[in-house]
Design a protein around this ligand. Structure first.
Ligand SMILES: *[C@@H]1O[C@H](CO)[C@@H](O)[C@H](O)[C@H]1NC(C)=O
Ligand SMILES: *[C@@H]1O[C@H](CO)[C@@H](O)[C@H](O)[C@H]1NC(C)=O
Length: 286
């Protein structure tokens, strides 16, 4: 049997694995932030190679660059003539790190480009960020149009679960700031406004989203209510991360985890093999 040399004992391999696990990003979180939630485009189209297209390109570049240092920003690209003006904003989820925000916005811009080819305006919402651009201004305008509503399967009426869901949602409605994250027991809630709304507008928008969640999702085990400028979501799933409530994301998290475990097994085998080689060389040297 191959005996491992002292410097690569099984316990040191374990230590290496633990160190790698601690420093690798949380698989379920990173797999989730770029999941697609919804997208839409305007009917109007622009002419290829026009001044509008070049303005739109500089706008999208500005959005992606800005996301490396700020969770929200807006841009207006005037260009040389007034009819070619383009407006845009992005908003990252308030709990994302800057690198994750930048990666998410880059992903959303790519999605919008594919989805809204040659369209004047487009919007894409991923799990971790939102991007919107148009030639008509929408910056600083509150908009409570429902753009995505999803209610999970009904779990039947469970007064405890519903009471804590309602308490979490009430907590979200009452706390300030454009990003709100809360929970109680297994219930998680999250709410976000785009950064262009005033405090009062954000309150009003979230009030509407939360009211609709309670009303439309009834006793569902999770609910997502996305309005044009804000959203509110909850899950009663009992998992650590909010978005784990969705089965698709769960699968992705597990896949990432399986890949990491596979890589670790590969590293462990490599270390054992190296130790074996070293032992072999030492034996020859004697
Ligand atoms: C946006 O562009 C379309 C197509 O060029 C045009 O018909 C529309 O009037 C523009 N809207 C604004 C607000 O400029
Ligand atoms: C847009 O960005 C500018 C400069 O960053 C800022 O002063 C302005 O308040 C923003 N407008 C909105 C509506 O967010």
């Amino acid at each position: 049997m191959a005996q491992t040399s002292p410097s690569f004992s099984p316990s040191s391999i374990f230590l290496i694995i633990i160190v790698i696990l601690c420093f690798s990003p949380n698989p379920s979180v990173s797999a989730n932030t770029d999941s697609f939630l919804y997208g839409g485009c305007t009917q109007q189209q622009f002419t290829p190679n026009s001044a509008y297209e070049s303005n739109l390109d500089s706008l999208l570049t500005s959005l992606v660059n800005s996301a490396t240092y700020s969770a929200y920003n807006n841009f207006t690209i005037l260009g040389s003539s007034a009819p070619d003006v383009v407006y845009g904003l992005y908003q990252c989820r308030g709990d994302l790190s800057m690198p994750d925000c930048a990666a998410c916005v880059a992903g959303a811009v790519t999605r919008a480009g594919a989805l809204c080819e040659q369209r004047c305006g487009g919007a894409v919402q991923l799990e971790g960020c939102y991007v919107k651009y148009d030639n008509a201004t929408f910056l600083g305008v509150e908009d409570k149009t429902v753009v995505l509503k999803k209610c999970g399967p009904s779990v039947g009426y469970n007064s405890d679960a519903m009471a804590s869901r309602d308490a979490v949602l009430t907590g979200l409605a009452g706390s300030g700031g454009p990003f709100r994250n809360g929970g109680s027991g297994k219930v998680r809630g999250m709410a976000q406004c785009t950064g262009d709304l005033s405090f009062a507008e954000c309150q009003d928008c979230l009030g509407e989203a939360i009211g609709r969640l309670k009303n439309d999702c009834g006793t569902a085990d999770y609910g997502d209510m996305f309005l044009a400028k804000c959203y509110a979501r909850y899950s009663t799933g009992g998992s650590h991360g909010y978005s784990k409530a969705h089965e698709k994301s769960n699968g992705e998290g597990e896949k990432t985890f399986a890949i990491i475990i596979g890589l670790l097994a590969g590293v462990a085998i490599l270390i054992i093999f190296l130790a074996f080689l070293r032992k072999l060389c030492e034996d020859r040297g004697k």
